[in-house]
Design a binder for this molecule. Structure first.
Ligand code: SIN
Length: 506
């Protein structure tokens, strides 16, 4: 007999970042909402976002220009409808956030101050200093706390009955809880933690993407991982301090060991070139530095206090010193395949934000478009859920068995990160891509257990194998996917999106 405690809710949101919380605010009263988050120690990337949220709000900007920039950076691979939705709806979301109290920086005349980031042809990123994600999350948490109930733990599995998602199981401190829901939304963020150096927090292990895949949902574009060109190359450990692109927008130069600005050798926009170009150019050098010494020292406290304190923590004074930088895994372009309203291929299962894949970023994401995506598609999914027929809720089926696992998780994480970094870094060697699935098979076949670190390891291994498969299948270089054996884009591959489903386990 099943003794697992169970809770019922209208909407079950897995993930408490910008996408999930903004969606919760757009579900009509009196929708019951239960948000599952992994807890403080494993919180997601949203509060870490620095540079800003892109929207055509400036006098020299327009949604059409935002569309053009997004498509150009996306390297011929974006879904044009998704891009139009993003660029036309983002301004309203930003203004709504401002009305909710988000403390965006403003010009003396009261209009929003907009920063310029790579690939943007005009200044387009609304921001709060260089801690935009934290400001947005403070606003969203304040408002969402009045609307949602919370459950802390790891979502172990989704429950699909008669082809429809009816909730899932959560491992809490007190044990496993079954959540029965009319609609389930995955908003679980990215995967940066599977690489040796990342700007993401430790909890970015791809869990939601694997939950969707194990439930039978389609995944897409898994070969595209964006590396941020300028993470601080100082200190130990795999989590890196991000040195926001907005600093280059404010005039910082990228220089080599001889003090030469080399980015113009690679792209006519130099420091403002798309991220994939800058990341590859920097990684092809022996070292690269950000030179900010010519900038007004006042900008550090006023606009970039997060970067400043990150540098100082590592003994670097950016007013006087060059800042050593190197690329680090930053954003997962691929994810759970969805339509423009966050619907996955499983009825009543939605995905939004970084774990989703609408095709909006193509093969390379434009700066500032990730927070914009979280808001725009979070709101659209909430509206789609509100518009669904209610119907009779399906009774859940099945159960989750937890099995004991004896494994040294720390050692296994080191192995996994090394393999992922070698195979799926900025330059991809097919030999490493080919060998990765076998090398991670033991971790991918771990059972569901009550050790949260092992659960994350299992998700990371399953996803990494799928990513390697996709990266091997795409025999070209495009956007952030760069193969040493197929160094150029192949026209026949443009817009071809690799979709993997449950049957594709290597
Ligand atoms: C940054 O601040 O450089 C990152 C912003 C982004 O990823 O959009």
């Amino acid at each position: 007999m099943n003794t697992v405690p169970s809770v019922k809710t209208d909407v079950f949101i897995v993930g408490a970042g910008a996408a999930g919380l903004y969606a919760s605010l757009h579900l009509p009263q009196p929708t019951e909402i239960l948000v599952c988050d992994k807890g403080k120690k494993r919180s997601g990337s949203s509060p870490w976002a620095q540079g800003g949220v892109a929207a055509a709000l400036g006098p020299d900007d327009s949604p059409d220009l935002h569309v053009q920039d997004t498509l150009r950076v996306a390297a011929g691979h974006a879904d044009v409808s998704a891009v139009q939705v993003l660029c036309y709806e983002a301004p309203e979301c930003i203004m709504e956030l401002a009305e909710l109290g988000c403390d965006f920086d403003r010009n003396p005349d009261g209009t929003l101050h907009l920063a310029r980031e790579g690939g943007q042809s005009v200044s387009r990123s609304a921001h709060h200093e260089d801690s935009t994600g934290a400001a947005i999350m403070a606003t969203l948490r304040q408002h969402a706390s009045k609307r949602v109930k919370r459950i802390e733990g790891a979502c172990l599995r989704l429950d699909v009955v008669d082809g429809r998602c009816v909730g899932g199981w959560v491992l809490t401190e007190e044990g496993v809880v079954r959540v029965q829901a009319n609609s389930t939304v995955l908003a679980t963020g990215g995967i940066g933690a599977i690489f040796n150096s990342t700007t993401n927090p430790a909890g970015a292990t791809g869990d939601g993407i694997v939950l969707a895949w194990e439930a039978g949902a389609g995944l897409a574009d898994l070969e595209f991982v964006q590396f941020h060109p300028t993470a601080l190359a100082a200190g130990l450990g795999h989590q890196r301090v991000l040195v926001t692109e907005a600093l280059r927008g404010a005039g910082a130069h990228v220089v080599d060991a001889d003090g030469r600005r080399f980015l113009f050798d690679h792209h006519s926009d130099g420091e403002m070139a798309p991220r994939d170009v800058v990341a590859r150019a920097i990684s092809s050098r022996k070292g690269a530095w950000l030179d900010c010494r010519h900038l007004d020292p006042g900008i550090w406290q006023k606009e970039f206090p997060t970067v400043y304190s990150g540098c100082v923590r590592h003994g670097i004074d950016p007013v006087r010193d060059l800042i050593p930088v190197a690329p680090a895994a930053h954003y997962f372009v691929g994810g759970i395949q969805t339509d423009l309203d966050g619907r996955t291929t499983i009825p009543r299962l939605y995905a939004i934000g970084e774990c989703s894949n609408t095709g909006v970023h193509g093969a390379n994401r434009l700066a500032g478009n990730s927070l914009a995506e979280a808001l725009v598609f979070g709101r659209r999914a909430a509206r789609a859920i509100a518009g669904q027929r209610t119907g009779k809720p399906k009774e859940p089926m099945g159960d989750v068995d937890l099995e004991p696992v004896e494994i040294d998780a720390d050692d296994s994480w080191v192995r996994l990160r090394d393999l992922c970094t070698n195979a799926m870094g900025i330059e991809r060697d097919p030999t490493n891509l080919r060998s990765l699935p076998a090398a991670l098979e033991d971790l991918a076949r771990l059972p569901i257990t009550d050790d949260r670190s092992v659960l994350e390891l299992r998700s990371a291994a399953i996803l990494a194998r799928l990513m390697a498969r996709a990266a091997l299948l795409r025999t070209e270089s495009r956007g952030v996917h760069h193969r040493i054996d197929h160094g150029e884009p192949v026209p026949e591959w443009a817009g071809v999106r690799l979709r993997l489903a449950l049957t594709d386990l290597p």
